[in-house]
Design a protein around this ligand. Structure first.
Ligand code: 5AD
Ligand code: SF4
Length: 489
């Protein structure tokens, strides 16, 4: 099997899939190399949520085609959402691609590559595993990172009119809770301290094996209640060594009473919620078929804030959705200001093939989209700056993930709420994978700088001087850290 490289575009789900791709290829005898120049096999794990992502991938395929002209034995694989979206169209428009493989077909990769290496024509395999869904489990033996992703569901049954995901990832399929818990137990045994549960509408979870039921305080008359809170409680109970439990991406409609209670009662859950609202205008929300109103979003948020007073919230916003007027956009700005949003991921609307919004026509022009994105950005940056500077001189519990990417002399990690915290003067201490107490000394634009509190420093030294504590070796860089706080497109 070849020397291979995997390049990832898009969301956390894709990053998780790429890790599984690497494991499947390594398991078949492949050797992971750091750059495509050293590889005989290149997998592009693609995203098609916006046109800009697709353009980037097409130009990457163009670059690899040049390489392939020099090295005809180079095998090119297009995986992920774009593969499913365009299927054989990829081979037609990019004839240097040898294999197109969908998100549910990762396990078949070695056998498909074997067929190609026998001299067969380019192949396309993009079936959904509807009858017997599989969820590839992380092989943790080699894992040294304190954080990991675990899939709990895949696909999406919502029909937001702008979104291509239901086409690229298929209908919702849920993973049995005992499989989820078993994977987390394995990860924790391999020193993982924080798990992020992944799913397109992660808080709509229900256990296909029927082992969970609803959480004790789930409202029986709320159709949006799911078994997600019960899953969180089962994980917390059955994997007590797990320090932190995050999840993404939730749908605001399923931020129910039971889920808020879980946040109040389980110390593993963050005091932070990412709640994509997309627009602050009811008219636009209706055209997006988000199936909640502005008032319902605000109501859910105020219920959370009332019960978890220091919670922070981030959101996703689309600007320039078909028919969005200046008045609609002002509603969005006012919603972003009204809620204590500390992060806004803003995107210009991008028409996607096969989506219902295409029929709405009436596109907002590019200049207006850019202008609205910029104004949104200014509001969100100001609230981020207010939030981060208010944290100076406070103490935060930080899970240390490894050396800081920007400055090797610092360590870096995340607070309970998910702020990025750089820790000065601690690289000589074995605290990677530990939750430590940090005093914040400075606020940067998108992160914080802090130092270990005196008592934490003493504790770390004492441990290091001879308790025989098990610790994690320092890993290079904080992989997957610091998503952009604001969409760049
Ligand atoms: N255009 C722009 N942004 C989009 N998103 C999803 N589809 C589109 C689109 N067609 C954004 C939404 C979603 C995030 C992951 O990407 O804000 O929450
Ligand atoms: Fe797309 Fe809406 Fe499903 Fe999110 S909930 S993946 S935005 S269709």
């Amino acid at each position: 099997m070849a020397r291979f490289a995997v390049t990832t575009f898009g969301c956390q789900m894709n990053k998780h899939d790429s890790e599984r791709l690497e494991e499947v290829l390594s398991g078949a005898g492949g050797e992971l190399v750091a750059s495509v120049d050293e590889a005989d096999l290149v997998v592009l794990n693609t995203c098609s949520v916006r046109d800009k992502a697709e353009q980037k991938i097409r130009s990457e395929v163009g670059r690899l085609s040049v390489l392939k002209r020099r090295r005809p034995e180079l095998v090119l694989v297009v995986a992920g959402c774009m593969a499913r979206q365009h299927g054989a169209g990829i081979i037609r428009t990019m004839p240097d691609v040898d294999l197109v493989i969908g998100p549910d077909n990762i396990a078949e990769l070695p056998e498909l590559l074997a067929e190609i290496q026998l001299g067969g024509p380019p192949l396309v395999r993009t079936e959904f595993d509807l009858e017997a869904p599989t969820f590839l489990t992380a092989l943790t033996v080699a894992s040294r990172k304190p954080t990991a992703f675990v899939t709990t569901m895949k696909g999406c049954d919502e029909r937001c009119t702008y979104c291509v995901v239901p086409q690229t990832r298929g209908p919702e399929r849920y993973r049995p809770s005992d499989e989820v818990i078993a994977e987390i137990q394995q990860l924790v045994a391999a020193h993982v301290r924080e798990v992020t549960l992944l799913g397109q509408t992660v808080n709509r979870y229900r256990d296909p094996a029927g082992k969970l039921g609803r959480a004790p305080d789930a409202a029986t008359d709320d159709p949006d209640e799911s078994e997600f809170a019960a899953l969180l409680r089962a994980i917390a109970e059955q994997v007590p060594q797990l320090r932190r439990l995050r999840y993404e991406s939730p749908h605001p409609r399923h931020l129910t009473k039971a889920l808020i209670s879980a946040h109040c009662e389980l110390p593993q859950l963050p005091r932070h919620l990412h709640l994509p609202v997309q627009s602050g205008s009811d008219r636009v929300l209706k055209r997006m078929i988000r199936r909640h109103t502005r008032a319902e979003y605000l109501e859910r948020v105020s219920q959370v804030c009332a019960r978890l007073p220091d919670v922070t919230i981030s959101t996703d916003i689309i600007v320039g959705f078909p028919g969005e007027t200046e008045a609609d956009f002002l509603q969005t700005l006012s919603l972003v200001e009204q809620v204590p949003h500390v992060g806004v991921f803003g995107f210009k609307y991008s028409p996607r093939p096969g989506t219902a919004a295409l029929r709405l026509g009436d596109e907002v022009d590019e200049t207006t989209k850019s202008d609205r994105l910029q104004r949104l950005f200014e509001v969100s940056e100001a609230s981020m700056a207010r939030h981060l500077s208010a944290l100076v001189a406070t103490q935060q519990q930080v899970l240390v993930e490894g050396p800081s990417k920007s400055r090797a002399e610092n360590l870096s990690g995340r607070s309970e709420r998910n702020e990025i915290v750089h820790i000065v003067g601690a690289t000589h201490l074995d605290i990677v994978g530990e939750v430590v107490e940090v005093e914040i000394v400075e606020a940067y634009k998108h992160s914080l700088l802090g130092k270990l509190t005196d008592s934490e420093r003493r504790r770390a030294r004492t441990k290091q001087d001879g308790s025989g504590r098990q610790h994690l070796p320092v890993v290079s860089g904080v992989k997957g850290a610091a998503p952009p706080l604001f969409g760049s497109d």
